[in-house]
Design a binder for this molecule. Structure first.
Ligand code: 0O2
Length: 298
């Protein structure tokens, strides 16, 4: 690169570095939120890097271009790169969707090497996105390449990368064949792991449902009715994504109706709710204290 462009390159590198920080933070937030909502962590780990100057120069040479900052910014899409390693293939698409939904992220290109693996067997989901970077005097949209793949896909890609470099891109046929076979095993393994995970989830759900039913039977025979968010979610099969408070309101409105139509008494706002849902008195401190139902009342 020309010496006269070194300042411009330093400013450009600052943009790429900031864009990586932006995306990394968003991924971390999504992962934490997901963990809270679903008690499940879809991301195994995340790595990020700024492409080395040698690799950038190699790519620019391959494209038959002059090595200038303008050409790098315009034609090298992966100067800033993030790799997200997920547990299951389904997590890959879920995360990609969540990123696409962020209103200020512009998806420039998607390459789905999972649906369409490369001839050598390479599998990964690639997105080139533009993310806004706010400097002291302006905003600059900056490109980041996001690669999302499973642990098994990543394992394969790392080994293949090493072998590719070892043979300088000219690996013997039988090694290429064997690598392709390994890629097929990776697909098999990912599918198998996903189906085992689905089975475990179903088993856990059935178990919780059984416990809920037992709890409901016990509650029916006792004086106080106990409703927990988990039991409501399970009983109504409400998607876990719905915020807890919304579920409560939905359930409570149902109870309110039931109460009004059942004994003709008019319940009133949080006060009457707290009668039925003991822990709500903590959320609505103004409400009545927990009461036991009158003996014999329905
Ligand atoms: P490195 O060392 O990771 O930086 P584009 O200009 O974006 O259209 P490109 O760069 O071929 O063209 O895009 P693509 O196909 O999305 O690949 C970008 C990156 O994906 C590569 O970057 C690799 O990291 C990875 N990749 C793609 N194909 C393979 C493959 O067959 N095997 C392995 N192991 N990784 C692959 P770089 O710049 O090649 O390398």
């Amino acid at each position: 690169m020309f010496y006269s462009q070194s300042d411009e390159w330093s400013r450009t590198l600052l943009l790429y570095d900031s864009a990586l920080k932006e995306i990394n933070t968003r991924i971390e937030i999504m992962n934490n939120d997901f963990k809270l909502a679903h008690q499940y962590n879809p991301i195994e780990h995340v790595t990020s890097r700024i492409k080395s100057t040698q690799s950038i120069a190699k790519k620019i040479r391959k494209l038959n271009l002059e090595l200038t900052v303008e050409n790098i910014v315009r034609y090298v899409n992966d100067v800033a790169g993030i790799r997200i390693i997920c547990s299951f293939t389904s997590d890959i698409y879920r995360l990609a969707e969540l990123l696409k939904r962020q209103s200020d992220i512009r998806v420039l290109r998607v390459k789905d090497y999972i649906q369409n693996p490369k001839p050598n067997g390479y599998m990964s989901y690639h997105m080139i996105v533009a993310v806004p970077v706010f400097l002291s005097d302006r905003m600059v949209e900056t490109k980041v390449e996001i690669q999302i793949r499973t642990i098994a896909m990543d394992f394969w890609a790392s080994l293949e990368h090493k072998i590719y470099y070892k043979f300088e891109g000219k690996a013997p046929d039988h090694i290429r064949r064997e690598l392709k076979e390994c890629a097929e095993l990776v697909t098999f393994l990912d599918r198998k792991m996903l189906s085992i995970n689905e089975e475990i989830k179903e088993y856990a759900m059935a178990q919780e449902l059984r416990e809920y039913q037992e709890m409901s039977e016990e509650a029916a025979n006792s004086e106080t009715e106990v409703v927990t968010v988990e039991s409501v979610k399970l009983a109504k099969r409400i998607p876990a994504e719905l915020p807890t408070v919304e579920i409560l309101y939905e359930e409570l409105e149902g109870m309110q109706d039931e109460k009004q139509h059942g004994d003709k008494k008019t319940g009133n706002s949080a006060d009457s709710y707290t009668d039925k849902v003991p822990f709500l008195s903590e959320m609505f401190p103004g409400g009545k204290k927990k009461k036991k139902k009158e003996a014999g009342a329905t």
